[in-house]
Design a protein around this ligand. Structure first.
Ligand code: PLP
Length: 413
């Protein structure tokens, strides 16, 4: 069993996975947990719960440049992506059976990729994967070419606002404008972008946008889909129809309140927070490059710039190492980070994002994602840079030993 008390203090560099809750959000949420009331009940307690939900909806709408009626509460980013993609696909196909095409970037989170795969496997969807350049960016011309000569067959375009592995920010407003030329709805997964770069729903021109509570200092298990009033969605769940008849289930009032408080805080302090994180991120990247192991940064990095790459994202490639080995060695030294890619059945897989950016499987295996957030300090960077040399040297030795073992021909019996 893991004994967390054994680790007295550690540097947490995995804010893209989840970031600690803000004290203000914890306070608001726990206060709400001490009350009773289903927001759909008609009595006084129910109405008080409803008021909290509607005030939270207004706060989130205001922070996101949306109207309150455009905010649909969900259980998080994954559900928001599913509702946006499956809901729009089914609604658009119902209205016109020719609309079966989905245009989706190759670097999306699995919450989007796996929805698309499901619709292709079971619902007759056809997908055009939008290729990215070497830094992971989708170019509007790629989208125009994919729309091609039959825009009336496209159900939806989906391109994430910012990538969760390498932090690349996409030209969302340009792609949305292009989609509008052809009257095609567009969705963007902005789960990683909110609180780090300016996200304004109305100004973006998007029809649908996914957000999540636990990436901005709110609780886990709550999020929202921003959906224009004219966006048609087929519900995924059926029941009470609590959210615009599109999403059913009793609302989690305390979580929604904590989410709204975190949202207000994250967007109000965006400029100063982004500048602080950009400086920390740059120190981390430069320090790792200067350590002398040939470390490279992936994605779009320009020191001092927090608009084309997320301010809190550093993504490193360490030659001759396996990212998972590095992760465990750094963890043992009190530095918590991620490789950015997923395991399938316990087997580490090279990241689909890095492969889409044109990297070889070999290079992609040395990936390490370090992500910063509101609790990050200079001391976290110091701890990482201090732990890096020993971790790299051990991981490289382990890699050499593994390669040597693999080179020995298998015994024949
Ligand atoms: N989309 C992106 C880009 C993410 O990074 C994540 C979580 O890591 C999700 C969606 C899923 O969000 P949630 O954990 O709220 O379901």
């Amino acid at each position: 069993m893991l004994d967390s008390s054994a680790i007295v203090s550690f540097a947490y560099l995995d804010h893209a996975a989840t970031t600690p809750m803000l004290p203000e959000a914890i306070e608001a949420m726990t206060a709400q947990m001490a009350t009773v009331g289903n927001a759909s009940s008609l009595h006084t307690s129910g109405r008080l719960g409803r008021r909290v939900v509607e005030e939270s909806r207004e706060a989130i709408a205001q922070a996101m440049g949306a109207r309150p009626s455009e905010v649909l509460f969900t259980s998080g980013g994954t559900e928001s992506d599913n509702l946006a993609i499956k809901g729009t696909f089914w609604a658009r196909k119902d209205a016109d059976p020719r609309r079966v095409r989905l245009l989706v970037s190759t670097v999306e989170h699995h919450a989007v990729l796996d929805c698309v795969d499901f619709l292709v496997a079971h619902e007759g969807a056809k997908v055009t994967w939008l290729e990215v350049d070497q830094v992971g960016r989708v170019h509007p011309d790629t989208v125009r070419a994919a729309i091609g000569t039959d825009p009336e067959t496209v159900a939806l375009v989906s391109v994430m606002w910012a990538n969760n592995e390498v932090g690349t920010v996409q030209p969302i407003a340009k792609i949305a404008a292009l989609c509008h030329e052809f009257a095609i709805p567009m969705h963007s997964d902005a789960v990683q972008a909110v609180g780090q770069v300016v996200v304004d729903f109305a100004a973006s021109g998007l029809d649908l946008l996914s957000i999540s509570g636990h990436k901005i200092g709110g609780p886990q298990g709550v999020g929202a889909l921003l959906a224009r009033r004219d966006a048609t969605l087929v519900p995924l769940t059926h029941g009470g129809g609590q959210e615009r008849q599109v999403r059913s289930g009793s609302l989690d009032v305390p979580a929604i309140r904590g989410f709204a408080v975190a949202m207000r805080h994250a967007t109000a302090n965006l400029a100063s927070g982004a500048q602080r994180l950009t400086a920390l991120r740059d120190r981390l990247i430069v320090g790792a490059q200067d350590a002398g192991y040939g470390v490279q940064v992936s994605g779009d990095w320009e020191a001092g710039d927090g608009t084309t790459r997320l301010p809190g994202n550093a993504h490193l490639l360490v030659p001759g190492c396996d990212g998972d080995s590095l992760l465990y060695l750094l963890d043992a030294a009190g530095v918590q980070c991620s490789t950015g890619s997923a395991c399938q059945a316990g087997v580490p897989q090279p990241s689909h994002v890095l492969l889409a950016m044109g990297m070889s499987e070999h290079t992609a295996r040395g990936a390490l994602r370090l992500t910063l957030g509101h609790t990050s300090t200079s001391a976290d960077i110091d701890a990482f840079l201090a732990a890096l040399p020993a971790a790299v040297e051990r991981a490289q030795r382990a890699q050499v030993a593994t390669s040597a073992r693999q080179a020995i021909p298998a015994k024949t019996h």
